[in-house]
Every structure is written in C-alpha cells, then in structure tokens.
Design a protein around this ligand. Structure first.
Ligand code: GDG
Length: 747
C-alpha cells in the first residue's frame, strides 16, 4: 500500500514503503523566548542523502525530536513524514547518555576512554530500542524497506524482523566496529550481535569494521561466513543470508562546492584571515568536542612546534572549532576542562598582542561559516584517534575548488582508506605529527595542487547520493529488472573484454537453458551455445558450466564445446583439464547416502508428480509438477524426516527442488577452484538460482556477477532471461575478439 501523506491520514498505520529510523529526527523542535515554537531542519549529511530517496519512495522518518518528556503527533516537514518517538528524561540519561554514549561509544572507539557498564542502562537501551522498533513496524507498509541508523539502535533489526518478517531491513553503523578482544568486554555482546543479525544488510564504514563484526559473529555464534555473507540459522530451520560489508559514507560534495563558490562566502573567508591578522598560514581543526578526535594530540604537537621555534606565532595561527557535545556526560565535561586549560596555557605562553597562537571557538556555526573557514584554511588538521569516517576531511576537500590547501589526516579515520593523497599521520606519534605539520606548511604549490586534485576526484566520485544508492541497491536488489543489457553491464563487458585471463563461469538451468518440467529436456539456447563456442576459442579465455546437476547429467544436456570445464553437484564433482575429479565417499558417507535415498523415496512415493534425481553425494527431490502448496508441504516433510534421523546432511532449497548432500560443497567453493585451476585474473559469473548466490559471494575485485531474473541477489548486475544471457555472451565474444585483435582460432 502506498499513500501520499496528507495531514489527516498521517496517522494511518502501515503506510510507508520506505522508513528510516535514527535516534534523532532530521528536524529540531525549537521553543523561542516568547513561548513560540517551530520545527527546524537540522541539515546533516544523512538528511541530504536520504531526502530524494525519501520523497521518491514515499518515506517516513522515525526518531526522537530532541526534547525529553514530550509527545508529538506525526507531521509532515518539507515533504518528509516525521514520526516522533518520545523519550523520558530518565530514558535519555540511561539509554542515550548512558548506554549509547558512555558504554558503546568508548567501547567501539577502541576504549580510548573507559566504557561504563551498568545493567539499568542496558535495560533502558532494550526498552527504548523496542519503542523505536514498534513505531517503525506501525509505519511500514507490507514489504517496505526499513533502514535503521547507528549504534543507538542495534537491537531494532531483530525486533522488527520478529514482528514484521515481511520487511526488508537494513542497518548502517556510522562508528567503527572494534576488534573482538575489545568487543568481547561487553556483557551483552551476544544480544547486540543477535539484534544486528535481524537485518538483511549490515553496513559499516570500513572493510576492517565489517571484518571485525564477522569475526565476532563466528566467535560468539559459530555461524558460517563466506566473504561478506553470514549464514544465520533461523528458528524455523531456514538459513537466512545476511550481508555485512563496508559502504563508506560521504557528503553532498556538490552542495559544499556550490557554497564555496558563492562570492559572499569567499569574501567572508578573506575577512576571517584578516581578523586573524593575515598570518601566512592558517591551520584549522573542526570537531565535536570529543575525546576520539585527538584534539589534545594536535594541540600538543602545535605547542611544541611553537616552543621549539619550528613555527612562529607571527606566521601561523591555529583555529580550533570545538562544537559543544554531550555536555551532560562526565568524561566530556572533563575533556572540555583539559582542552581549555591547554589552549589557555599555550595562548598565555606564545600569543602576542597582535598574534594569537590558537583561536579557540566553543560554538556551533551555520554551514556557510564552516565553508568560509574551510576556504580560509591553508591546512586542515584531522587527527582523530579513532573515527568511523570523518566527514570534516571530505568537506574540506569538497570546498577546495581552487585545488589548493593541504589535508593532514589520521590513519585511524575511515576517510584515510579513500583519501590516500592526504598527508597521513599517526596522531599518537607526536614527533611524526610535528614533522607532518611542518611538511604541510612548507609544501610547494604544485604538490598541494596535485594531491588536492586527486582527493577531490575521489570525493566527487563517491558522494553521499552514491553511498545511499549503493546501500539500497545491496538491500533491495535493483528492483525492477529492465529489458535488454543495461549500460552499467555494457561497461562491465568492455572491461571483461580487456582482461588478461578471463574465466566465464555459467550456471546451466535457468541461465543458459530455459527452465522446463523434465530436467532431461533442458537445452541451452542455440545463441548461448554458439557464443560459448566462440568464447572458448579465444586465447586466454576459459568457459566453465557450474551446476547443481550431477556431472553425467550436465554433460548430456549441456553439450559443451571441447575444453569447457564442468562443475556438477554444486562443486562436489569437477571436470578439469586434467580429467574428471571423482568424489570418493567414505564408508560412513555411503551408508548415509543409502539411508537418505530410502527416507526421501518413502516420502516422495506418496506424492504424485514428485521425483528424485540421484547424485554422487546426495539427491534432489523435484516438486515442480506439484501445486505450490503440495510442493512446499512435501519438501517440509522430507526435510523433517531426514533431519530427525541423519546428522550432518546439507539441505538446500532451489526453485521447486530440495537438495540433500552428504558431503557439503557449494558453487562458491567450486568457482574458487576453477579460478585457481585456470589462473584467471577476472571472472564473469552468471546465475539465476539461490545456490548461485554462493558464487556471487566468492566474487571480488574486478569480477562481474550477473543475476538472471528477480529476487534478492549479491550480484551487481541483472538481466531478465536466458535469451538476454545469450545476448550478453554474444556481445562479450564480439568485444573480446576485437580486444584480442581477432586472435581467435574460430574466426
Ligand atoms: C559520526 C562518526 C562519521 C561540526 N561542527 C559544526 C558542524 N559540524 C559538522 C561537520 C560534519 C559533522 O558535523 C561531523 O561529522 P564527522 O564525520 O566529522 O564526525 P561525527 O559527528 O563524530 O559523526 C563519524 C559520521 O558519523 C557520519 O557517518 O563520519 O566517524 O563519528 O558534517 O561539518 N556543522 C555546522 N556547525 C558546526 O559548528 N553547521
């Protein structure tokens, strides 16, 4: 159900196709001195990123309005439906200031400050997470996408899945996820991970964060993880695939550049420099006043440079904006005292009447002023000890359309994974930091400009719209599959055509061959077969068919050209250049296989139309000729009977087929063996079935995955049908032929 929110029907339940859930709403409630009230946008990057998506998808935003002990009705603001969640003053203290900001925040930032663990804080965290989950569940339409933001709401995904299994649930963690040795301190470590695993996709800032998370899942739950996929067993016996990977967040780069190009803002930047006494070099720090940001380290290094005479207060001024943050948490109050003491001392020691060493500003500023500061700064100092991303670094770069300015960036920020042309520093190494600061001061203009160009390209290419689109694509697949070969896939074909050693790995049924009732009748389309023959004849190009079928059956129906590699029974059997690799079952496995056959035969014998396909290490129960309901019931019965009696059997569900195997293997493992066997530098994999997802999960780097048809998938590209697969293969054969200068034995 979709609706266009009118003021009167905003109270309608289950109305929105897209719901964002975050601790804070994108609007602030303001009460003026005369008692007048208003809602004002708080224009963060997240709002900018999600605004177009929210408008297009008829979205609602669920969150807290920023005032305790007040209830607000849902309303519409600037085209977005706002659904406020109330918090009491006690909850604010225990759930937000306590558990979120004094337990999770320091723990997830590598215990830079010691985390506090209190059971009553945890209780409040659970209670408040449930309230957010309930509000989201009420708002979301059937099958809606719900995107939960950040560490304050880690239990929401599981709570939502329990009440609304129809939803597609995403989670994004804006802060780091720590190594297991640190994470394991959390008394509620299992509950938090279980809460997150309720999502379909869990996003992190860096690949290292996603890796830490997957390791914690393995250590605490023993679940299997393959690449970015975690296999989560559900109470109903099904295995759910959860994707945990990095989606580095970014900024509205165009928006920042637009502000930076405004003449009034440029004039303000000049004025700022004048007010500072026109020093040769302006250094700038912009941070929430937080112990993760490394402000003390920065001040210490700057102070020592002044002390040692390597910098002179006549030439250099440091502007430090420290925006007020979390002032009711004790650690933050102490930090403020320490920083202000340091600033006072340094200014006392080194400022002159005409030149201030440090201009310290404990304020929040409008964005225009921030941009003017970025333009006024010759050197931007980002010295965080640990930071999920650090948007300030990207904002500085986005504003410098003059290709000037130096970014000094801590290695411990997520941004440093992308912004490699910055002057990278370890802020704990004070000598190194000092050297980097003087290097920045002395950096020749040409080098500044070379570095800044590269940085700007990176930030422009991956802006925040890109970030949200990539996340939502991973969450929902590309939605409607359009006819023909999409442009992005055409570009991928061009890239594959130039690969050094290419492996083209293809599923058979539903990919090369249209699905038919009787498996023995399946045949690849003539066009696909012809394209495969051409590809197989091109130098440095190998073709493999990767199927769930037994190798014998695959050889018969696929009729592949000589030299085609085959993988059957989901990788249990392989036919390589060295000949077929026979599986060799142990006695116990053979006995298990016999019993498996007996059990499934007795179940299938009661159902007309069901049949069994035998495989070397298992069997497949086909239910395609039964009605959908009867098929599901029969599969359920077979699975229950097998699992009640036999241990260690791998069960997989395909399209109207249930497969059992006594030796586990999957198409991902098989693809890895094939890749190694032929020494491929790049792989193209095409498949239509859930079992092909293992192969998609095994792709990386420049590899290309193509899913045939609808449904959730890890593949980056899609086509509609085997006919389009044939067209894709034809185009690839053409392009590769051309790229290889006609070095084909076929032509
Ligand atoms: C968390 C993660 C991750 C700051 N002072 C003012 C002001 N700001 C703006 C900056 C920037 C934002 O606040 C701060 O973002 P950061 O990324 O630097 O840091 P956190 O607040 O810690 O954010 C972080 C981020 O989430 C996003 O995922 O990158 O790692 O810790 O946009 O410009 N803006 C205005 N006035 C100020 O005084 N207008």
């Amino acid at each position: 159900m979709t609706n266009t929110p009118e003021p009167d029907d905003l109270y309608v339940d289950h109305a929105y196709d897209m719901v964002v859930v975050s601790n804070r709403l994108p609007v602030d409630y303001r009460e003026g001195p005369g008692g007048e009230t208003e809602w004002r946008s708080s224009p963060g990057g997240l709002v900018t990123a999600l605004e177009p998506v929210m408008r297009a998808a008829d979205g609602a935003w669920v969150g807290w309005a920023g005032v305790a002990d007040r209830e607000f009705d849902p309303f519409e603001h600037d085209g977005i439906s706002i659904i406020p969640v109330p918090l009491s003053a006690d909850e604010l203290e225990d759930y937000y200031e306590g558990f979120s900001n004094d337990t999770l925040w320091p723990l997830y930032h590598d215990v830079i400050a010691p985390p506090s663990f209190h059971r009553e804080w945890w209780d409040a965290y659970v209670r408040v997470n449930r309230r957010f989950a309930e509000a989201a569940a009420r708002a979301a339409a059937e099958g809606a996408v719900v995107w939960v933001q950040d560490y304050q709401l880690q239990l929401v995904p599981r709570m939502l899945r329990e009440s609304r299994p129809d939803l597609v649930i995403g989670f994004f963690n804006h802060i780091p996820f720590p190594a297991y040795g640190i994470y394991s301190q959390l008394p509620w470590r299992r509950q938090v991970i279980d809460g997150l695993l309720g999502a379909d996709v869990i996003g992190f800032q860096r690949a290292a964060d996603a890796g830490n998370f997957s390791r914690a899942v393995r250590r605490l739950f023993g679940y299997t993880t393959r690449g970015t996929v975690i296999e989560v067993p559900e109470p109903d016996g099904e295995v759910r695939r959860v994707v945990a990977r990095h989606f580095p967040i970014s900024i509205d780069a165009g928006g920042f550049e637009e502000l930076a190009r405004r003449p009034d803002i440029q004039a303000r930047a000049r004025q700022i420099r004048e007010e500072l006494g026109n020093p040769k070099t302006v250094m700038l720090g912009v941070d929430r006043l937080d112990y993760t940001k490394g402000i003390r380290h920065r001040l210490k290094a700057f102070g020592e440079l002044l002390r040692d005479g390597r910098l002179n207060v006549e030439d250099v001024t440091l502007v430090q904006v420290a925006s007020p943050s979390r002032e009711r948490v004790e650690t933050y109050r102490q930090l403020r005292d320490e920083i202000e003491l340091m600033v006072g001392r340094l200014n006392g020691d080194y400022s002159t009447l005409g030149h201030q060493a440090i201009a310290y500003l404990h304020h929040g500023y409008p964005r225009e002023e921030m941009v003017a500061l970025y333009l006024a700064a010759d050197i931007m100092l980002v010295t965080a000890l640990r930071d999920g991303m650090n948007l300030v670094a990207k904002e500085y770069v986005a504003c410098r359309f003059d290709n000037d300015g130096v970014l000094l960036l801590s290695e411990f920020t997520g941004a440093s994974d992308e912004l490699r042309q910055a002057v990278l520093v370890n802020p704990h190494d004070i000598e190194g930091l000092k050297d980097a600061m003087t290097e920045a001061v002395a950096m020749p203009q040409r080098e500044r400009s070379r570095r800044m160009r590269a940085l700007r390209k990176r930030v422009r290419d991956n802006d925040v719209a890109n970030w949200s689109a990539t996340f939502l694509k991973a969450l929902t697949g590309s939605g409607q599959v359009t006819a023909g070969i999409p442009d992005s896939l055409q570009a991928a074909i061009a890239h594959l055509a130039g690969a050094e050693r290419l492996l083209v790995a293809l599923d058979f049924d539903g990919t090369l061959a249209p699905l038919v009732d009787r498996p023995e009748d399946a045949r690849a389309t003539d066009r696909a077969l012809e394209a495969i023959r051409r590809l197989a004849a091109i130098e440095d190009t190998r073709v493999a068919i990767v199927s769930g079928r037994a190798l014998d059956s695959l050889g018969e129906v696929a009729d592949p050209p000589t030299g085609t590699l085959l993988s059957g029974s989901h990788g249990v059997e392989l036919k390589l250049d060295t000949g077929p690799i026979q599986i060799d079952l142990r006695d116990a496995e053979l006995a298990k296989l016999d019993r498996l056959n007996e059990i499934v035969e007795s179940v299938a014998s009661g159902a007309d139309g069901a049949w069994i396909e035998r495989k070397p290490a298992g069997l497949a129960l086909h239910t395609r000729r039964l009605s959908a309901n009867d098929g599901v019931a029969l599969q359920h019965d077979a699975k229950e009977r097998v699992e009640a009696e036999l241990l260690g059997i791998t069960v997989r569900t395909g399209k109207a087929v249930l497969e059992f195997a006594v030796r586990s293997s999957d198409k991902g493992e098989s693809l890895n063996r094939l890749r190694q066997h032929v020494g491929a530098s790049v792989v193209l994999y095409i498949g239509d079935d859930v079992t092909d997802e293992d192969a998609f999960a095994a792709l990386d780097g420049d590899d290309v995955g193509v899913k045939v048809g609808q449904g959730k998938s890890l593949a980056a590209h899609r086509v509609r049908s085997p006919e389009e697969v044939a067209e894709l293969l034809e185009r690839l054969a053409d392009a590769r032929d051309a790229a290889r200068g006609g070095a084909s034995a076929w032509t």
